[in-house]
Design a protein around this ligand. Structure first.
Ligand code: KIV
Length: 273
């Protein structure tokens, strides 16, 4: 357990995830990819950070998360770990990095953990249960991710709500139980109906963290850029923006531009040597 200089913030451990579920107190998780944003998160009350493969989209402009690679996630993880030493950091295993061989999976896990992650996340259950067991047995906590799994976007046929049909809902419940049994310490549920997320959360011993999965999960996760309203184009139904970041930043940029052009900045007394 580590304590922040201001003594109010301490990093969670995987045991805290479990006890939070037991107590019924919610977990908050926000994605992050860079040092500056991580240092703000470090001084916030947000419980933990996800270095998501969504970074390929929001940081690099890719259309999907398939553009994320292990070196990219390692670089993001190092920057975030430098900025947020007092937060529990989960890093995504990117597309295909855990599907080729045990050795290559462990190379990716090792690289992310050495970069500063305290856990890794992978998507889907089919074909991953032995991998989860092996990674957990190697001393690395694993977070699962079910529902809309963006790395499988082309199999899913687009960014759509998952588990609406009864068979799909039963399959998701079974997969969630399988991942918990394989040793996952927590499970992300993305874009599933709220009542299904509630059933899964009630049936599992481990906490669930929802995104587009309603209020009954054990916690919520949002992408940094979405939460802060930094994107004008991505506004799905589940998203609440907690800041009008796009407009605020643009206004600040325009204010700078105006002052440069009017020569009110830099001021001879205040900003000059
Ligand atoms: O990469 C990511 O941002 C994620 C969240 C959407 C859970 O996996």
């Amino acid at each position: 357990m580590t304590t922040s200089p201001n003594k109010k913030i301490r990093a969670l451990t995987i045991h805290d995830f479990q006890s939070r579920k037991g107590e019924g107190s919610k977990l908050s998780m926000v994605t992050c990819y860079d040092y500056c944003s991580a240092s703000i998160l470090n001084e916030s009350q947000v419980d933990c950070i996800l270095v998501g493969d969504s970074g390929s989209m929001v940081m690099q402009g890719c259309a999907t998360t398939l553009g994320a690679t292990v070196p990219m996630l390692v670089q993001f993880t190092q920057a975030v770990a430098n900025g947020a030493p007092h937060k529990f950091i989960v890093s995504d295993l990117p597309f295909c990095s855990y599907r080729k061989s045990r050795a290559r999976t462990m190379d990716a896990v090792e690289a992310l953990m050495r970069a500063g992650a305290q856990a890794v996340k992978l998507e889907g259950a089919a074909g991953n249960l032995k991998t989860v067991r092996h990674v957990v047995d190697s001393g690395v906590p694993v977070m699962g991710h079910l529902g809309l799994t963006p790395q499988a976007i082309h199999s899913l046929g687009g960014f759509k709500v998952q588990g609406r049909a009864p068979e799909a809902a039963s399959r998701l419940l079974r997969e969630a139980q399988d991942l918990a049994e394989a040793g996952c310490f927590a499970l992300v549920l993305e874009c599933v109906p709220a009542d299904l997320a509630q059933v899964i959360t009630e049936r599992l011993s481990i906490p669930t963290i929802g995104i587009g999965a309603g209020p009954h999960t054990s916690g919520q996760v949002l992408v940094w850029h979405d939460l802060l309203g930094l994107s004008q184009s991505f506004r799905p139904k589940f998203l609440k923006t907690f800041l009008n970041g796009f407009d605020l930043v643009r206004e600040a940029l325009n204010a700078f531009d105006n002052e440069v052009k009017k020569v009110t900045y830099p001021d001879l007394k205040e900003h000059c040597y």
